[in-house]
Design a protein around this ligand. Structure first.
Ligand code: SAM
Length: 244
């Protein structure tokens, strides 16, 4: 059936490509890819040669319109570099326009770092908010964290090694010293999931930014956490944890 197929790809281990995704990629007319060089590696692993075209939500309107046009008669596959398209990745405008044009839109679900991290963390998974990447500027980051502080839900953030410490410290400041987890390199050789309070985790990563890809999961506000702790108490906790 022609249309738009949203296809999740591995976030590390290439074996995580689904049988259905591999079969669909093999018969795609065109793959709209975030970075065609990255997707070329996946295709070569699968022994496939399929035409690709770069796609971003900030791509020219005409690029998007041309893809939507092709969906009328062809199988157009949307992939991102890793994981589920649209999740901190391009695609939502393409899906929006495909729907507006009445195209067939379907998804081949699969790996997503946010979901994988919440399952690894051991933190409450019944309610969570996916918050994407925190802003890198301190003020915007603190404002964003403040928006989430009252939510009775776990929080999931994408992060990078160099920014990890600053984010953990800001989360401890803005949310109180909650339980949290740092999931790194999921499904890869160096996969790890380190759990602890936000201040303990901040202390752990203060001097040595970890390598690789990272998801932070923060537990919901507890009844007896340091939620109401004032800044001085938190500062002291952070300093003490970093001294260890
Ligand atoms: N669309 C992707 C998904 O479904 O997870 C996420 C794309 S986003 C641009 C990339 C971020 O996802 C990384 O900075 C990291 O926070 C997270 N991520 C991707 N792969 C990961 C992995 N194997 N382990 C931990 N985090 C990962």
């Amino acid at each position: 059936l022609p249309g738009l197929y949203i296809v999740a790809t591995p976030i590390g281990n290439l074996g995580d490509i689904s049988a259905r995704a591999a079969a669909l990629l093999a018969r795609a007319d065109v793959i709209a890819a975030e970075d065609t060089r990255v997707t070329a590696k996946l295709l070569s692993h699968l022994g496939l040669r399929v035409p690709m075209t770069p796609y971003h939500d900030h791509s020219d309107e005409r690029v998007r319109a041309a893809l939507v046009e092709r969906m009328a008669s062809e199988v157009v596959v949307l992939v991102s570099d890793a994981g589920t398209p649209l999740i901190s990745d391009p695609g939502y405008k393409l899906v929006r326009d495909a729907r507006a044009a009445g195209r067939h839109v379907t998804t081949l679900p699969g790996p997503c770092a946010a979901i994988a991290a919440i399952t690894l963390s051991g933190l409450p998974s019944d309610r969570f908010l996916f918050a994407g990447f925190l802003p890198s500027k301190a003020k915007a980051r603190a404002d964003t964290i403040a928006e989430f502080s009252g939510l009775r839900a776990s929080l999931v953030f994408y992060e990078s090694g160099p920014r990890l410490f600053a984010s953990l410290a800001a989360l401890a400041q803005g949310l109180g010293d909650r339980e949290a987890a740092v999931a790194r390199e999921i499904s890869k050789f160096y996969e790890e999931c380190v759990t602890g309070t936000l201040t303990a985790l901040a202390a752990r990563y203060a001097d040595t930014p970890p390598k690789g890809e990272i998801v932070i999961v923060v537990g919901p506000p507890g009844e007896a956490t340091a939620e109401e702790a004032d800044d001085a108490t938190l500062d002291a906790a952070l300093r003490e944890a970093m001294a260890d």
